[in-house]
Design a protein around this ligand. Structure first.
Ligand SMILES: Cc1cc2nc3c(=O)[nH]c(=O)nc-3n(C[C@H](O)[C@H](O)[C@H](O)COP(=O)(O)OP(=O)(O)OC[C@H]3O[C@@H](n4cnc5c(N)ncnc54)[C@H](O)[C@@H]3O)c2cc1C
Length: 301
């Protein structure tokens, strides 16, 4: 496909982009081939211009926040990868926070704590962006995005429409939102928190962070929990009981510290990770009868 027109229009609009850009550095797994174009908008307005151009020129498009819940194909992406982590505006008004999709979740939790706002403690230590968290309905320690989200503003890659989704229309469920079944990209989000005691909020956040450090293999690249919670069973426990801790394919390994994490021990390819995931799924099914489902999103052309 010829992307000359799209590139000329991005240049004319003074949007930062690069060609044939390896995506591995934009993911926490440190895995993946190159995107034909990587685009780096710096505001919601710029992002809308970028999407107008890519849509107008029929360029296949994928968006990334911090790339902490994705596995990118070794062949990369033959289109535009729009990296939204440059969208960083954030405003606190009373007990409400409105922030751009690229704001890091951990930074947002710290901002909330600084304003003595409670409700986002669970998000402290989740390494994604706000947009990625809404998309996945990220959560931990009993909290998730569904509990604090009032509305989100989006750009629809299919229609070019900019609109707002409010409340229940997000269709939040465990690691699911309406965005997963649509062509809409989250631009910004409004959250409703509540006034609390700053010291208590910070104590809770620090407790969650130390539990993460203790239990998760944070010293290795990964995409967090590889699999979703089981229906009536704890997936990581089952993987451990089946004896898969330490099992590896190439550079991909089931973490010895936390069986729910596939880690990149060094030089892992997407193919290694996918093969290991297949082994885990089939051994678990064979030995326990349980079906386990991937949480991480696979990005390919
Ligand atoms: C060490 C570690 C610990 C983790 N712990 C947790 C945890 O406790 N709980 C939890 O839920 N998750 C956890 N994760 C997973 C991950 O951080 C979350 O799912 C996070 O919300 C993903 O955000 P992101 O910005 O990195 O999204 P990405 O990985 O960049 O993208 C994930 C998906 O969302 C889409 N997407 C991203 N931004 C947007 C947007 N603005 N609009 C539309 N679609 C978008 C992407 O296309 C992709 O399909 C962990 C990951 C790691 C590496």
């Amino acid at each position: 496909m010829d992307y000359t027109c799209a590139l000329t229009r991005l240049t004319d609009a003074k949007i930062e982009y690069s060609e044939n850009t390896p995506l591995a550095p934009f993911t926490s797994f440190r895995i993946g081939g190159a995107a034909r174009i990587a685009v780096f908008p710096k505001s919601c307005d710029e992002a809308a211009v970028v999407f107008d151009i890519l849509r107008g020129e029929s360029v296949p498009t994928v968006v990334l926040g911090n790339g902490t819940n994705v596995l990118v194909s070794d062949d990369g992406y033959n289109g535009a990868a729009v990296i939204l982590s440059g969208l960083r505006s954030c405003t606190v008004s009373g007990e409400t926070i409105t922030a751009d999709a690229g704001v890091p979740l951990t930074g947002l939790a710290l901002t909330a704590a600084k304003h003595s706002l409670t409700g986002l403690e669970f998000a402290y230590g989740i390494p994604g962006t706000l947009g990625g968290a809404i998309y996945m309905n990220a959560g931990a320690y009993g909290g998730d995005m569904s509990q604090v989200t009032v509305s989100s503003r989006y750009y629809d890659l299919e229609s070019g429409e900019v609109g707002v989704i409010t409340g229940e229309a997000h269709e939040f469920a465990y690691r699911h939102s309406v965005y997963m079944d649509s062509s809409k990209v989250i631009l910004s989000v409004t959250l409703q928190l509540a006034l609390g005691e700053r010291s208590e909020i910070e104590a809770k956040m620090n407790d969650f962070m130390s539990r993460r450090r203790e239990k998760q293999p944070l010293e290795y690249p990964s995409a967090g929990s590889t699999f979703k919670r089981g229906n009536g069973f704890i997936t990581s426990q089952v993987i451990d009981e089946v004896g898969l801790k330490g099992r590896s394919v190439g550079g991909a390994e089931v973490s010895e510290k936390h069986a729910g994490f596939v880690i990149n021990k060094g030089g892992a390819t997407a193919k290694d990770v996918l093969s290991l995931i297949d082994i885990i799924k089939s051994e678990v099914k064979q030995k326990t009868g349980y079906d386990i489902e991937c949480e991480i999103r696979y990005i390919e052309s």
